[in-house]
Design a protein around this ligand. Structure first.
Ligand SMILES: [Zn+2]
Length: 386
């Protein structure tokens, strides 16, 4: 069946005004200002968007799809993130990973979780490895995991500058990065090491050493959580000038947090005149969020949700950033870094991953690979056990 979205205000992610998008099966087959005619007995379902903004589906480049946590005892292991957690936040593509607990959690179960999301209609890929070195893998090496397993696109989240890391040396990091890079060349996949940054004093010094001492391209090392400290953010911005892509985490941030909010980080980044295509934002969804009371005692445990991404988008636009300027951080920039050729834009031949926003920047409709998952703010597809 053909699905026509008519009279949408199109952000592809650039703003191109009112137009129409025709989808067939999982693909976009037409984008334009002229409304296409479908005849000859072909079935057409038309939805009039009455001027609502239509954007590419968001790509969440850092999410603990099988559940993260586990840092305050076994009972703190976060459960699997259900499908609607993603789709209700406008996320149509998820990149899964393992974090601190890469001991009771495995690459095997992460791959199964990735394939489960695909079965449920989303697009999903994952990293091999986790916080620690030697890397947790499915085969006997990361390079083989990336080369031979379809949904594995790189290594992550490998921890540095963090008390929970394996305290690796620059030589070990270079060796790991070389596996990701070469596997990326062999397969055309992302071929990056997605690096968890803690708040350790060494910051990004390991990356700088690797860039100085080896021939590896700077895109191969991709630091995330760089907004957790303002000093770390400044250091990361300096690396951007040399070709590194940096990733912000859409944390819910308390007033006394030493980090820098998404709103301030993005405006700082734009004010510095840094390349627009090297900044991305992810949710850390499924990761553990401890809640402390005013005496600093752990009062409850919660987990990060992918809705922090759609909330960040809303916050940025409400604070006066143009939607077309900020959308690439959630869509096309992520697709470019991860070499997801069919993602991140609204264009003919690409996957039909589409999201519409209401006048308050809230998610109104969501289509994943040609299937409506949310229409008029109602979930029409839910996960297997939701
Ligand atoms: Zn992390």
């Amino acid at each position: 069946m053909f699905k026509l979205i008519s009279n949408a205000n199109l952000y592809i992610p650039q703003s191109i005004g009112i137009g129409h998008v025709l989808c067939c099966d999982k693909k976009i087959v037409y984008v334009g200002s002229q409304k296409p005619e479908i005849g000859g007995g072909l079935v057409l379902e038309e939805t009039d968007f009455e001027g609502r903004r239509l954007i590419p589906g968001l790509i969440d480049g850092h999410t603990h799809i099988t559940g993260g946590g586990g840092e305050t005892g076994f009972a703190s292991r976060v459960p699997t993130v259900a499908l609607s957690n993603f789709t209700s936040a406008g996320v149509t593509t998820a990149i899964g990973l393992l974090g601190t607990d890469d001991v009771t959690r495995s690459t095997s179960s992460l791959i199964a979780g990735t394939l489960a999301l695909r079965e449920e209609g989303m697009s999903a890929w994952c990293y091999t490895g986790g916080y620690h070195f030697p890397l947790t893998t499915l085969t006997d090496s990361a390079i083989k995991d990336i080369t031979h397993i379809d949904c594995v696109i790189g290594i992550g989240e490998l921890a540095i500058s963090d008390h929970r890391s394996s305290q690796i040396s620059w030589r070990e990091l270079a060796r790991i990065a070389s596996e990701a890079h070469v596997a990326g060349l062999i397969t055309g996949k992302a071929g990056i090491v997605h690096l968890h940054l803690g708040d350790g004093e060494s910051g990004l010094s390991l990356l700088k050493k690797v860039f100085k001492k080896t021939e590896l391209p700077n895109r191969v090392l991709n630091p995330t959580h760089v907004n957790r400290l303002s000093s770390l953010f400044e250091e990361a911005c300096e690396l951007v000038e040399t070709g590194t892509y940096i990733d912000l985490t859409a944390y819910p941030m308390a007033d006394d947090d030493p980090g820098i909010s998404i709103k301030n980080a993005v405006s700082d980044y734009f004010n510095k005149g840094l390349p627009n295509d090297r900044l991305t934002i992810s949710s850390d969804g499924g990761g553990c969020l401890p809640v402390f009371d005013k005496n600093g005692e752990l009062s409850s445990l919660d987990f990060a949700r992918c809705s922090s991404l759609s909330n960040a988008l809303d916050e940025l636009v409400r604070n006066g950033v143009e939607l077309e300027d900020v959308l690439p951080l959630f869509t096309s920039n992520v697709a470019t870094l991860l070499r997801l050729k069919n993602k991140g834009h609204i264009a003919m031949g690409l996957d039909a991953d589409l999201v519409s926003l209401d006048e308050n920047n809230k998610i109104h409709d969501v289509m994943c690979r040609g299937q409506w998952h949310m229409q008029d703010k109602k979930l029409v597809i839910k996960g297997t056990f939701e």
